[in-house]
Write a new protein. Structure first.
Length: 731
């Protein structure tokens, strides 16, 4: 038994036509008869079918006189110069008037006939521009259905819109028979109108099935097989489609394609519970009104799109102005993060630059974002990646939550780990289908052969599907906004390129001089500061007890001298961390850590601090620099937890592959989310750290040292404390 999928069904070559039509095919060159429908004997006087094959119509002048004498037949060569272009005429055959249509397709010229019907109930407006004065998309379609109902008046008339995945939705409806069930708002799966059917609707824009219960009329030919009936008005319907219409309780249907920007946007779908045929002229007129409404909708959409683009240009210009206020692209992005997020109508935004991560709005945790970044590098090649089903597709793999259902990733520069990630929350999506969309199989007999087919649904009752793991769709406007941001970034980068290139050499020279100056001034000013402090202390000792005010001022001087000395010492250490030679060796860390931990409790007057030192595996590092790393990180942990009721610090090292990872965990004040981006910048202090003594240099020293010895520093922090993560090479 053969299996026929909906997508594979050759619906353009059914081998038969509908009973309302009559068809004759002649060779495009010789004009000899090559095929015809079996029912032509009903309107033409034909003694034998066999005598027709290979002959011309003019060989049977009595039988086909009305065709031969028609203007369209006498000019048939000029009318059939272009493929698939149909011309219409009217002729009388045996006293009855028929529509006569001619078109050329491939090697054949098709002569198609159908009886002229009079529609006494037809009432149409002569105001063809009425669609263009409507300023609402939905109203355009409602007005189209209202206009068409005065011409064809089916029981149910619908506007069916195709979705991006090929499925469809009824967005407007008009029912003349209120006992007919409403389909407004219902969705239909892509298999209901499969790919090849959509292709035919794009080519043949008016499609009528007058009576799905009527017998079909076979085509007869001795030389032609699989006659392509794509452009024939009377083309027979497929068995699958016929059964589908019957299952819906319909006996007749009529569809008109809605073409917008040369794409099949949707259909006007008309259904009737009893057989109904529409005259060809009325079908043509319906097509004209549909084309007018389609053009009006396209114009309406273009007008709205232009309005949006103008607004987008204004927002882009504003952002460009704001970008110029900052010294670097990343700072520009961080400073305008909320505007950048809102431009794509996203719930959250992450800005990634090297090891820097800044977020805005509703985003996943830092660890999850880092997993997404790693996934992006491994699984995408283009600079832009977009998905509305990221949670559904990768939720389990990346441990995602509802904040990352939809995602847009833009690589600013892959090599520098610069990217933007927009997030959309999970959207609670319910789709009302017209019946269960799940495919079922059935069996039909076609041309004496048993075939298994995708069986049409037998029920069209509302079937509600709950879809999880998706966000709202990223639409064309979101993509346009993304492109605007990309262009702005490229423009900003290009404008700054020459300046950066020119300043780079100067900056390198200035940095060298600055490092030299930092070292010199930190070293040479040490002696004068010491002298100043000794003199202040001597002066303090000479004052009497009555001079409390003077004592307070001198103590203040001594304290500021100490602060200056500490800052100079830190600057000196920073300079050394950058320029001094390093010698990597295997170092035992236990004694170093224990000594620093005990001294820290004394330094920060925190005897209550509980410092738990666990395993301390050896690391590969420079001994002097390693001491600076642990000194600054452990001191930070003790200092910022010292005001807690029970200050606690844990220090533990673990081996992981070729690396040794140390964690210094405290229960201190934590790092505010909005300030994490400046964590390792020199002289940067958090807002909640102002009550603690310090100058914001220590972590800059650690960051620089870890880079020089081939390691890495990272951190995790919340309101309950901070964990610094130091990764060293294993010796």
């Amino acid at each position: 038994m053969n299996f026929v999928d909906c997508h594979e069904e050759p619906i353009h070559i059914p081998g038969y036509i509908q009973s309302f039509g009559y068809l004759i095919g002649i060779d495009a060159n010789s004009h000899s008869i090559t095929f015809f429908s079996e029912n032509i004997k009903d309107i033409f006087s034909i003694e034998s079918y066999e005598e027709l094959f290979g002959k011309k119509l003019t060989d049977f002048s009595q039988s086909f006189r009305s065709i031969i004498e028609s203007e369209i037949y006498n000019s048939i060569n000029s009318f059939t110069k272009r493929e698939n272009e149909t011309y219409f005429d009217k002729i009388f055959i045996k006293g009855k008037e028929y529509h006569f249509s001619v078109f050329k397709s491939k090697n054949n010229i098709f002569l198609e006939f159908e009886e002229v019907l009079v529609n006494p109930n037809k009432r149409i407006s002569t105001k063809y521009d009425s669609f263009y004065i409507v300023d609402d998309a939905q109203e355009i379609w409602e007005q189209l259905l209202n206009t068409l109902s005065k011409i064809v008046n089916y029981d149910r008339m619908m506007i069916y819109k195709f979705m991006m995945d090929g499925s469809g939705k009824v967005i407007a409806e008009r029912r003349t028979d209120q006992t007919v069930e409403s389909y407004l708002g219902l969705h239909y799966p892509e298999s209901d109108i499969p790919r090849q059917a959509r292709e035919l609707y794009l080519k043949k824009r008016k499609r009528i099935f007058s009576n799905v219960y009527a017998d079909t009329i076979p085509l007869l030919s001795k030389t032609q097989e699989n006659i392509d009936l794509t452009y024939a008005s009377s083309r027979g319907m497929s068995p699958i489609h016929a059964q589908y219409i019957k299952n819906s309780g319909t006996a007749s249907s009529f569809s008109i394609s809605i073409i917008i920007d040369d794409h099949l946007w949707g259909l006007v779908t008309c259904q009737n519970t009893i057989a109904k045929h529409i005259d060809l002229e009325d079908r043509v007129q319906v097509g004209i009104f549909t084309a007018l409404a389609s053009n009006a909708y396209s114009s309406f959409r273009s007008k709205n799109e232009l309005k949006y683009r103008l607004e987008l240009n204004e927002k882009s210009s504003y952002l460009k102005t704001e970008f110029l206020k900052y010294n670097s692209l990343i700072d520009s992005l961080i400073g305008n993060k909320t505007n950048i997020r809102n431009l794509l109508e996203a719930d959250g935004l992450a800005i990634i630059s090297d090891d820097e991560l800044v977020t805005d709005g509703n985003t996943p945790d830092r660890a999850v974002i880092e997993k997404i970044v790693q996934w992006a590098y491994e699984n995408t090649e283009e600079s832009i990646y977009l998905s509305r089903s990221f949670l559904k597709d990768h939720g389990e793999e990346l441990i995602l939550d509802e904040t990352a259902a939809g995602i847009v990733i833009y690589f600013i520069e892959r090599s520098k780990n610069n990217m933007l990630i927009w997030f959309r929350r999970e959207f609670d999506e319910h789709i009302n289908w017209a019946g269960n969309p799940k495919k079922q199989t059935g069996v039909i007999i076609q041309n004496g052969e048993q075939k298994q087919i995708i069986s049409p649904r037998t029920s069209f009752q509302i079937f509600t599907e709950n879809i999880k793991g998706n966000s709202k769709r990223w639409n064309s406007r979101n993509v346009a906004a993304l492109q605007a941001i990309r262009d702005l970034i490229l423009e900003t980068s290009h404008k700054n390129y020459n300046t950066i290139k020119r300043l780079n050499d100067e900056l390198k020279k200035v940095n060298e001089e600055l490092d030299s100056f930092s070292y010199t001034i930190s070293h040479d000013l040490g002696t004068p500061l010491t002298v100043m402090k000794l003199n202040a202390q001597m002066l303090l000792s000479t004052l009497t007890d009555r001079s409390e005010k003077s004592k307070s001022k001198i103590n203040s001087i001594i304290e500021e001298i100490d602060n200056m000395a500490e800052m100079m010492h830190d600057v000196l250490q920073l300079s050394r961390a950058k320029n001094s030679e390093i010698q990597l060796e295997a170092i035992h860390t236990t004694q170093i850590i224990e000594k620093i931990a005990e001294n820290a409790k004394i330094t920060f007057d925190s005897p209550k601090s509980e410092i738990i030192i666990k395993d301390c595996p050896d690391v590969l590092a420079d001994k002097t620099m390693l001491y600076q790393v642990f000194l600054n990180t452990i001191n930070n942990a003790v200092k910022y937890s010292s005001h807690q009721e029970k200050p606690k610090i844990e220090i533990e090292g673990t081996e992981s592959g070729d690396s040794v990872v140390y964690r210094i965990i405290d229960n201190g004040i934590g790092i505010p989310e909005e300030e994490k981006h400046k964590m390792f910048k020199i002289f940067s202090r958090m807002g909640n750290a102002k009550k603690f003594k310090g100058n914001g240099v220590g972590l800059s020293i650690v960051y620089r040292i870890m880079g020089r010895i081939g390691g890495n520093i990272d951190y995790e922090s919340d309101k309950d404390g901070t964990s610094f993560i130091l990764t060293f090479k294993k010796p």
